[in-house]
Design a binder for this molecule. Sequence first.
Ligand code: SF4
Length: 330
Amino acid sequence: MVQYELLKNNNDMAKETILKFDHGITYTHITDKFDGPNDVYGQKISYPLTANLNVTHDCNLECDYCIRQGARLQSPTSERMVTFLGNLPVGRPFRLTTTGGEPFVRKDIYEVIDFASRQPWAIGIISNGTIPVKFEKIPENTRFEFSIDAIDPSTYHEQRGGSEKQYQQIIKNIKEAKSKGFIVRTNVMLSRNNMDPAYIRRLINGFADMNIDQVRLQKFVIPRGAQIDDDLLKKYGLTDEEYSSISEVARNVGRERNIGVLVPQQNKQLSLGSVRIYPDGSVAVQSEDKPDQEIIGNIGSESLESCWSRVGENVSEMHLRYLIKPKRII
Ligand code: SF4
């Protein structure tokens, strides 16, 4: 039996604080609490407040734009996952988003989530939604991000190669998550399959009908180390003008239907303001002024705090700036 019981801790006030960050809706009263770029709620920030953890690169889908095209790493064993978790900011405010690959292909994913839920952490799960989720094992306040680029099975198939059954399973998971009170965001990879204004309107309206809290439109970015052929680039490599006109259509529907629409970020491989932890434990950051991500350490052998001690001031300053941007969800 793997020691997921390893470290128990709780700190309700810290948890409440980070959940407010996570839900992100009312930021102003939180930003008031910052005394400066290195201080939040009077605590020195010596580690990143938010991280995306790739719990595996395995997946039951084969999307042609997948990040795994760059480097498909072996999944960490449960023992190694325990080491990773113990090297995160245990007992301190933090937001952990588990992603993949597909997190629910891991047999121990509910144990990973259970460990996280006993920390003062906000928890997010990014999933392709095609595997039935045992919602009764997921702590309340967890934020789900389901990756679904379409509002009909045939466009879904075009885009992700998934079957109608898989599409219906995502819809089922989304509806169940909403009915149980979870926060749900949908992530939509934009391409020539789904960029038509009429389709975008239908897509956002369809999500609004399901009471989804937020939609994030995503830009295709060439995965680290991947060789991308011209056909793929033609399909996903939309121009800036195309992105901004799609975003405008989506935002307008979002305003009408009261659903948040986040538009594509800058052309970066990683989310600015967060760190990415790969299945081999390596920790990557990206700064605004550099095209490539930078590996700052490995949580297989040291704490995230120790990794973070190597980032330059520009990265730590950017991290907080992105976190506290009004109305932004971290
Ligand atoms: S669902 Fe996500 S991880 Fe799986 S193949 Fe598609 S993009 Fe890759």
